[in-house]
Design a protein around this ligand. Structure first.
Ligand code: 5GP
Length: 197
């Protein structure tokens, strides 16, 4: 009897404005059998964001209650708001044999690595800090103070890219998304060959 393939957990990080969202969306369009993990956050929704699709938008109290009940696989305070991945979401997907992709910050990624060492950590690197600043300002969604905070955190996150298994440079979103899809596919090939770790 052949054992059913267990899903694999991929973690995608990178500073705000590095283009993680675009790279992830394009890569997932090209792949089947990979689910995107919808995080919880206390940040208010941005225009166009949908509850339950982009994030689960929670009050501080609701987030705290989940935290107190030990429901998060990882959680972090990012740019002044709380973000977290529900353990149950990840376990349900992995049990079906599908892969799951988390798009979370470096603090969260390091917690996931500690809890589930077999996960694969992938970092999306912006071409430069100058380009990152241009992209953040171009969004037009953030106040000056928040942009400064995002740039400070970006520097810190980029310093941790060495803790990741892969670094993808996002100077071209098409190429970067192909690279991400190729990384995920390469792990499926390994599973077929019998590496089930
Ligand atoms: P944004 O508010 O711009 O959507 O996200 C801010 C940062 O929070 C991004 O780096 C994003 O990857 C990260 N983030 C989103 N969801 C989670 C999560 O569940 N856990 C952690 N640790 N970070 C998250």
């Amino acid at each position: 009897m052949t054992a059913r393939r267990k899903g694999r957990l991929f973690v995608l990080s990178g500073p705000s404005g590095a283009g993680k969202g675009t790279v992830r969306t394009k890569a997932l369009e090209a792949l089947s059998g990979v689910r995107f993990s919808v995080s919880c956050t206390t940040r208010p929704p941005r225009e166009g964001e949908r509850d339950g699709v982009d994030y689960r938008f929670l009050s501080d109290e609701a987030f705290r209650s989940l935290l107190d009940r030990g429901c998060f696989l990882e959680h972090a305070d990012v740019h002044g708001y709380c973000y977290g991945t529900l353990k149950g979401d990840v376990e349900r997907v992995l049990a079906t044999g599908e892969d799951i992709l988390l798009e979370i910050d470096v603090q969260g990624a390091l917690q996931v690595r500690a809890a589930l060492p077999e996960c694969v950590l992938i970092f999306v690197m912006p071409p430069s800090l100058g380009e990152l600043e241009r992209r953040l300002r171009g969004r037009g969604t953030e106040e000056e103070e928040r942009i400064a905070l995002r740039l400070k955190n970006a520097r810190w996150e980029m310093e941790h890219s060495g803790d990741y298994d892969y670094v993808i440079e996002n100077d071209d979103a098409e190429r970067a998304s192909r690279e991400l899809a190729d990384i995920i596919l390469s792990f499926r090939t390994k599973t077929i060959r019998g590496d089930r770790t």
